[in-house]
Structure formats: C-alpha cells, structure tokens
Design a protein around this ligand. Structure first.
Ligand code: NAD
Length: 250
C-alpha cells in the first residue's frame, strides 16, 4: 500500500475529486480526515470508508476560518498522532454567476480558493515539521495557467494564486522536508457551484480543445494527487501537474 501509516487531511472531501481522493487514500492505507462544510455528505463519505475497513473521520471545516483550521489540525493530531499529508481541494466554481466582473464573486473566490489554501498551508506546516516532514497538494486548475471565456476573472486569479503560493511554500519549507505541489485539472464533471461550465453546449465547445477528446474523471485526478502525496514523489516539489487530457499542450 502506497500510503501505509500516513495521516491525511483532504478538504472539500464531501464530494467530487475530494471524495474520490479520500477513498483512494484510504484504500492505500492512509488514515483520512474528511474536512468539509457539508456535514451530511462528509459523514457519508467517512462512513463508506470505515464500512470498507478503511480509517476515516469527518471533521467540519470552513476553509476560510482561521480558528476552524487550527481546531481541525489539532484534532487530527490528537486523533491520529500526526499529520503527513494535506490536500487543499475545497473550492468554488468561477461560473456560478454570469457577470465575470462581479465584485462580490471576486471576493468570495479569493476567500475560498485563495485564503482557504493559504490557511491550510499555514496550519499544516507546524504539524508537518513536528512529524519530520510532509506533503501538501494544492488543487489549482488549467484556469490557474490560462484565461477562459465565461469564467469569472477571479477564478483564474485565485487558481493562479494557488499555483504560485505552491511554489513559494515549496521554497520556504523544503528545508523542513515538506514538499508542496499543485494539480491542474482540466474539464472534469461540473462542480456543485458550476454555472456555465455545467452547460452542455459550453462543455462541447471546451471538449474540442482537449487532445484526448473526452472529459476527465474524478478518479484520474485522485491518482495524480496520490502520486504527489506519496513518497514515490520524494524528489518532487514546487511542481505543477496537469491532469487535463492535453488541454494546456495545445
Ligand atoms: P465540488 O463542488 O464537487 O467539491 C468541492 C467541495 O469543496 C464541496 O464538497 C464543497 O462543500 C467544498 N467547499 C466549498 N467551500 C468550502 C469551504 N469554505 N470550506 C470547506 N469546504 C468547502 O468540486 P470538484 O469538482 O470536486 O472540485 C475540487 C477542486 O478542483 C476545486 O478546488 C476546484 O476548483 C478544482 N477544479 C475543478 C474542476 C472541475 O471541472 N470540476 C476543474 C479544475 C479544478
């Protein structure tokens, strides 16, 4: 098993790629904290893992809340003894509103996608230092690298922030044995908060720009996250891994 003995927090693990990652981590031997605002769905993911003989616990987390982050990291260490892996996956979509210059949406995107990831790094680092090292995987996007029509400018900006925050943290904490990398999914199943990106016409148009000619699956992103989180990626830090069917290669 590829994560035997590891303790991981996965944010936004109540649904989508976070849930797929949490399940995959548990199958590879990790003890997994399912951290999300959605209590019912989050508890259900944790229960499925436990029923399948894995180790998981739901902890309620709003990633924008500093005190909540501290409490969840402390509770993880108290429950499982340490913290080895953090997946900063929680996020909101850039197509929730039509107006790509809406100011309230800019603030919300920066708060959840940007500040949420920053706070995760802030509170994971001391716990990982105490554990002798660790691995942080941040969910950016193809939108963190290039611009797109009909997606709020703040989504691209927030995912761009995640991309360079990742490199900054990799440089600053490499000496502590902490690796920090970013994952950049392309066209995946729509997010809970998706508007335009859930529209079949928009998706068909986007698909034309995907060399592999299909959208990706949550498990395909989970596989990439697993690799970066595991010791197999022991000499990889500050890297960005595209899981986009070749979208950014065109
Ligand atoms: P999703 O909407 O299915 O899941 C996101 C999860 O984050 C939800 O469970 C939600 O409750 C949680 N969340 C939102 N705000 C939160 C907060 N303040 N505190 C705690 N949890 C919160 O979306 P997904 O498709 O699984 O996306 C996962 C990540 O991948 C996101 O960061 C997203 O931006 C990124 N991404 C998605 C796509 C895509 O096409 N789906 C593409 C590229 C990148």
């Amino acid at each position: 098993m590829r994560l035997e003995g590891k303790v991981a927090i996965v944010t936004g693990a109540a649904s989508g790629m976070g849930a797929a990652t949490a399940r995959r981590f548990a199958r590879e031997g990790a003890k997994v904290v399912i951290a999300d605002m959605l209590e019912e769905d989050g508890r259900a993911v944790a229960q499925q893992i436990v029923t399948g003989n894995g180790a998981a616990e739901f902890m309620k987390l709003d990633v924008t809340d500093e005190a909540n982050w501290k409490a969840v990291v402390d509770a993880t260490v108290a429950r499982f003894g340490k913290l080895d892996i953090l997946v900063n996956n929680a996020g909101i979509s850039g197509s929730a509103v039509e107006d790509v210059l809406d100011t309230m949406m800019w603030d919300k995107l920066m708060e959840v996608n940007g500040r949420g990831t920053f706070l995760g790094v802030k509170f994971a680092v001391p716990a990982m230092k105490a554990a002798g090292g660790g691995s942080i995987v941040n969910l950016s996007s193809i939108s963190g690298v290039v611009g797109q029509k009909r997606i709020h400018v703040g989504y691209n900006a927030s995912k761009g922030a995640v991309r360079t925050l990742t490199k900054s943290a990799a440089v600053q904490f490499g000496g502590d044995g902490i690796r920090v990398n970013s994952i950049h999914p392309g066209l995946l199943p729509p997010m809970r908060t998706s508007g335009a990106t859930a529209d079949p016409a928009f998706r068909a148009q986007m698909l034309k720009a995907v060399p592999l000619g299909r959208s990706g699956e949550a498990d395909e992103v989970a596989n990439a996250i697993l690799f970066l989180a595991s010791d197999e990626a022991s000499y990889i830090t500050g890297a960005e891994l595209y899981v986009d069917g070749g979208y950014l290669a065109v």
